[in-house]
Design a protein. Sequence first.
Length: 149
Amino acid sequence: MSALRVVVLPHGRGLPLPAYETEGAAGMDLRAAVEDGDPIVIVPGGRALVPTGLALQIPAGFECQVRPRSGLAVKHGVTVLNAPGTVDADYRGEVKVLLINLGTETFSVGRGDRIAQLVMAAVEKAALVQADRLDSSERGEGGFGSTGR
Ligand SMILES: O=c1ccn([C@H]2C[C@H](O)[C@@H](COP(=O)(O)OP(=O)(O)OP(=O)(O)O)O2)c(=O)[nH]1
Ligand SMILES: [Mg+2]
């Protein structure tokens, strides 16, 4: 386990901290830090940037990914538009969740609703090495369905 420093912003106070819901869970659920009694309403086809009330200090060499919750996707068609969202290690602002409603009904986000999950992951940095050619491979340039259905 790596330490992940978190600051609870004023509008996030009183909400439970993100937590792994089960022993083997990969992600911690993020909650909406919207005002009590003033939900964010997302019409079909609409999107909203939902505050979490949290700011993170991610250790160097890691990132945090903001991923959809499958339950919201299957029940309501609600997902993370930019999934997986990337929270950079040097970002000190509030973590936000960009939800999109791909469903047919209006979706309401209330205070404390679990709207997405946060996965901390190691980041391997690449040093680009420019070249005139690449080593051949079995796949070659085939892609985008080249192997059939
Ligand atoms: O789902 C997300 C995605 C991003 N961010 C924050 C943290 C991240 O470090 C920063 C920038 O994100 P990204 O690099 O994806 O966006 P950009 O459009 O490239 O913005 P920037 O020019 O600020 O990098 O926004 C979030 O809070 N939630
Ligand atoms: Mg960026």
